[in-house]
Write a protein that binds this ligand. Structure first.
Ligand code: HEC
Length: 188
């Protein structure tokens, strides 16, 4: 008897408490339609010129790769060993599929039919400034899509620095190798 009464009480309270108010809130869900706004969409665009926190990009050289309209001829961030290693890692992930690990433009995607980019070892690209490479990554270049959405500005500069290293390595001569290491080449 006692048990039956308890069950009755619990179910009655549960049934009374179960109103739909919290479930059916008068709220707008992302991407939903709306008859309140003229354009029929719930979501509003931010006012023109809105800048998200942390995206002011006031350092134009760092973010545009240009200074007074000219490609930057220097690196706006510190380039040390850690920066080069990060550059190599990012390059191997984001560029090598097309430009290949040495920069000759014979990556796997190119082998599957994508347009072949110029070799980074052409004299024209050896003479190009770091800002030129930064700009190609930031805004894309011909058929190559921009990569700024997946590489931070700092990482784009680190990649540009690593490309410089690839170019220097390609132009290396036997005299550049420390004498005690020349023997290692012969062994291969
Ligand atoms: C999906 C393939 C692909 C990827 C990934 C890619 N590129 Fe490219 N890149 C190309 C192609 C193709 C061109 C030449 C485009 C053209 O001429 O229309 C090019 C052109 C360039 C150029 C201009 C070369 C010139 O001739 O002046 C630079 C610099 C460059 N890429 C750097 C990079 C860097 C750095 C990365 C990685 C962050 C990268 N690319 C990733 C395919 C790619």
């Amino acid at each position: 008897m006692m048990l039956k009464l308890t069950i009755l009480c619990v179910t009655t309270i549960a049934a009374l408490g179960c109103r739909q108010d919290m479930f059916n809130q008068p709220k707008a869900k992302p991407m939903a339609a709306s008859d309140f706004f003229d354009d029929g969409a719930v979501e509003r665009s931010p006012p023109e010129g809105t800048i998200a926190r942390g995206h002011l990009h006031s350092d134009t050289a760092l973010f545009s790769g240009k200074e007074k309209g000219q490609y930057l001829t220097r690196f706006p961030i510190r380039i040390d060993r850690a920066a080069m290693e990060r550059g190599r890692e990012r390059y191997d992930i984001f560029c090598a599929p097309c430009h290949d690990q040495t920069g000759r433009g014979e990556g796997i995607i190119v082998k599957h039919g994508f347009r072949r980019p110029a070799s980074f070892h052409e004299q024209r690209l050896r003479d190009s400034s770091p800002g030129y490479f930064f700009d190609a990554m930031t805004n894309g270049f011909g058929t190559m899509y921009p990569l700024a959405d997946r590489l931070s500005a700092e990482d784009r500069w680190r990649i540009a620095a690593y490309i410089r290293a690839l170019q220097r390595a390609d132009a290396a001569r036997l005299e550049d190798i420390p004498p005690e290491q020349v023997g290692m080449l012969a062994r291969k």
